[in-house]
Write a protein that binds this ligand. Sequence first.
Ligand code: DX5
Ligand code: ZN
Length: 220
Amino acid sequence: MGIRITPSILNADLADLAAEVARIPSADLVHLDVMDNSFVPNLTFGLPVVESLRRHTSMPMDLHLMIADADRWAPSYAEAGCESVTFHIEASDEPVKLARTLRSLGARAAMALKPATPIDPYADLLPELDMVLIMTVEPGFGGQAFMDDMMPKVARTRELVRALGKEVWVQVDGGVSEATIERCVEAGADTFVAGSAVYRADQPDAVVQALRERAVVHAH
Ligand code: DX5
Ligand code: ZN
């Protein structure tokens, strides 16, 4: 099982994004949180900022859309050069069509689940997806406490992915740190968003490396 660390810039200096991404060279992808103050009670940035960032970094971009009308907007982020585009299943009316569109545009297609949303009703979608994102906080803000009770959902998702026999990454997002990453790996996650744990540190890249080392040791 490969391990990927995908730091979130939500708690970085958003006025100096290109420089902030340059501070995490050991990351696999940079995680970008797009919020619309409708699907979540917070507002961040959108397509123009992502398009601009694309011109300043070669790091692959992991786009996490927390917006109400995912079907309408997600494809534009694939066109903007995001390697992975994640939509919330709660915000998509036509997830199969959307996932196929994202893949046809050359992006990895991913589905996110809020804490209250179970995986089983969406198991049929897995063949259409490259990643499932299990939220380990309520989406909207960085720096919240990790929700341990999401680990059974991570384990269940891993079980469904194994049964499918295809490589679908299982990502966790929210409260992931050196203190919590082992539990996530043990439950079956292989892709890790860490926002405040990385960007509130003096040396963000050292944290990225430490997270990876911890995850690799516990990977199975
Ligand atoms: C929250 C975002 C996260 C956030 C995580 O809604 O999706 O990506 O940046 O931040 P931490 O790691 O601080 O919980
Ligand atoms: Zn996120």
